[in-house]
Design a protein around this ligand. Structure first.
Ligand SMILES: *Cc1c(COP(=O)(O)O)cnc(C)c1O
Length: 480
């Protein structure tokens, strides 16, 4: 595929401008210095046709939910209704400035106010900020709330955050960023929190625990009330990583499980497509006693008028203005279209789809855990690796030839040769059947012709990348 710079021909343009009818500031050198530049910007010079084909080619070279199944575990790559994008594209939302006077952006403040109520209801929290731009950013923000809480009580000896070994890598990273020491605790054989290990880990130095439930192996930790009780008894707080909320939204609330603060990934659960770098949104909710520490401004309402107010002891700003506001518009739209019942139905369907797939695939594949799962499950390709020298990576690559995005690979770290599969509620039974036959055919081929699998994919533009080189020596810009 040609890059846009390679399509460039000097002088080629895609617009015909009318005669200039304002004073000319300068051209050439003079214009450059007026713009504070030393050399002209090296923009590609192309026709509109070139640009159009360029973007179409880019879209064709990638895989999105609009192309086919995308069972990327832990990411909830579901179909996002176009209606929500349409609502977020309304000029009243897009053609505003964050510094506009409040009385001219009442509708937007109304959206933030309603979104806070709706998502507090879903999570069982009392207050919420929409500033954080992603899940990891939300984790960092939540931990700063926890730190502000302990510090406000003069309790400065709490320097440790407990994180189970099944956690998403962002959990220990965020805790470290927030200035904490991470205490890793092992999981049980069943993939859940080891209560004895937790009891041994908590103490006077515990600032809090970070946990996702259902956890990263797709299981709901039935001891959750006991877990949060143990942490609270030690004086620590409980942080809920909400990345897996798709399995329990409308059914179980982190606030009722004993969590004090939570982030949501609006770009996973609530109707914003993701992958490719955003924009995302990781709102952070908290119980009332943490509300005064929230970042940014609180949106209040009095007699139908919306206005901003300062939080009493805010941790400050974690992002400019209101965060990725348009993502919040989409999320609110999604929640209001589905309603309380629809949200619960979506969670139920997500769990049903995952279990249907899990049971059907276990005819050929080994499940890392035998229990009924929530919205996702983890398989282990360890036996195939040993017997056939076919790895989880090989299976994932082979799926590309079937027009299916691979599942999440090699995560969670506690399962060898892991493939983590999350079909989501938006795949129909017919789509699931297609997914199943692809998985089954690949498994058959792995036995009949393992070499073919090891060299897959065969139908994509490029086959296997040198992953080490790509990670160690990334080429992030085009050499002009
Ligand atoms: C995706 C994910 C995160 C991080 O969220 P981002 O929005 O990618 O920063 C954290 N925890 C879990 C379990 C996740 O799946």
């Amino acid at each position: 595929m040609k890059l846009i710079f390679e399509r460039s021909v000097p002088g080629r343009r895609c617009s015909i401008l009318p005669e200039c009818d304002v004073p000319v500031i300068g051209t050439g050198e003079k214009l450059l210095s007026a713009a504070g530049r030393k050399s002209p910007l090296r923009l590609p010079q192309v026709s509109e046709n070139d640009i159009s084909r360029h973007y179409t080619a880019l879209a064709n070279a990638t895989h999105g939910v609009n192309d086919g199944s995308y069972p990327l575990g832990s990411c909830t790559m579901k179909y996002n209704p176009k209606l929500n994008d349409e609502m977020a594209s309304l000029p009243g939302f897009t053609r505003i400035h964050p510094l506009q006077p409040e009385e001219t952006v009442q509708g937007c403040l109304h959206v933030l106010h309603d979104a806070e109520r709706v998502f507090c209801e879903i999570t069982g929290m009392d207050a919420m900020t929409f500033q954080p731009a992603a899940g990891a950013h939300g984790e960092f923000t939540g931990l700063l709330l926890i730190r502000a809480y302990h510090e406000s009580r003069g309790d400065v000896k709490r320097t440790k955050i407990i994180v189970p070994d099944s956690a998403h890598g962002t959990n220990p990273a965020s805790a470290t960023m927030a200035g904490y020491q991470v205490i890793n605790i092992p999981s049980t054989k069943e993939g859940c929190v080891d209560l004895e290990a937790l009891k041994a880990a908590v103490g006077e130095d515990t600032a809090g625990l970070m946990l996702t439930n259902p956890n990263t192996v797709g299981l709901f930790d039935k001891n959750i009330l006991e877990i949060t009780r143990i942490v609270h008894e030690s004086g620590g707080l409980c942080y809920y990583d909400g990345a897996n909320l798709n399995a329990v939204m409308g059914v179980a609330r982190p606030g009722d499980m004993g969590f004090d603060t939570v982030h949501l990934n609006l770009h996973k659960t609530f109707s914003t497509p993701h992958g490719g770098g955003g924009p995302g949104s990781g709102p952070v909710g908290c119980k009332a006693f943490l509300g005064k520490f929230l970042p940014g401004k609180e949106i209040r309402e009095e007699n139908g008028v919306f206005y901003r107010a300062d939080y009493e002891k805010s941790i400050g700003m974690v992002r400019a203005f209101y965060g990725n506001f348009l993502v919040v518009v989409k999320a609110l739209c999604y929640a209001l279209t589905l309603g309380a019942e629809g949200i619960r139905d979506a969670a139920h369907m997500a769990v049903l789809n995952a279990n249907y797939l899990r049971v059907r695939l276990s005819e050929a594949y080994h499940m890392a855990y035998q229990e009924t799962c929530m919205h996702e499950f983890v398989m282990t390709l360890q036996p195939e690796k040993e017997e056939l020298q076919v790895s989880a990576m090989d299976i994932a690559k082979a799926l590309l030839d079937y027009g299916i995005h691979p599942p999440t690979m090699y995560f969670p770290l506690i399962v060898h040769e892991a493939l983590m599969v999350e079909p989501t509620e938006t795949e129909s039974p017919e789509n699931l059947e297609e997914l199943i036959s692809a998985f089954m055919e690949i498994h058959r081929k792995a036995q009949e012709d393992p070499k073919w699998i090891r060299s897959a994919p065969h139908k994509t533009e490029i086959s296997r990348l040198d992953e080490v080189q790509a990670a160690r020596n990334p080429k992030l810009h085009y050499e002009l």
